[in-house]
Design a protein around this ligand. Structure first.
Ligand SMILES: [Zn+2]
Length: 139
């Protein structure tokens, strides 16, 4: 079952009046092949044996949706939180460790800067800060 977009349906209908419906290149196989795609979203090319030309024209329309899907996939991959997290890590030179109100936490940042305590909300200086480029430890 193929899910056709509105645009694909429009294009297929135009094809149908060339390769089917007693159009210029009408054949019974072409006619039924395109009709089943339009009405049922079923690809019966093996059954109706449409002409090579008709198959090629139809495939071109069907292919146009695949490129759209690929584009969407790429877009959603670039915004995935996992990737932006590792990007943050890569850009951040310092691995900072904090300790306050009985809580311990850490972060990656481009400097050994203060971070907000999750309990009291105060700005806390890291008790340890590792420079990931030189592996120097500042305490
Ligand atoms: Zn605190």
């Amino acid at each position: 079952m193929i899910n056709l977009t509105q645009e694909q349906k429009k294009k297929l209908e135009l094809l149908w009046f060339v390769y089917g419906n007693y159009g210029k290149k009408h054949s019974d196989g072409n006619h039924r092949f395109i009709q089943n795609l339009l009405e049922k979203g079923e690809d019966y090319r093996k059954l109706f044996k449409p002409s090579k030309e008709a198959k090629k024209a139809v495939d071109e329309i069907l292919k146009s949706v695949e490129t759209t899907e690929i584009r969407i996939e790429v877009t959603s991959r670039t915004v995935s939180p996992k990737e932006s997290e590792s990007e943050q890590k890569r850009l951040s030179r310092f691995h900072n460790f904090y300790n306050h109100c009985g809580e311990e936490w850490e972060n990656f940042w481009d400097s050994g800067c203060d971070d907000e305590c999750p309990v009291c909300g105060c700005d806390i200086s890291p008790y340890e800060s590792i420079d990931t480029q030189t592996e120097e430890v500042k305490t």
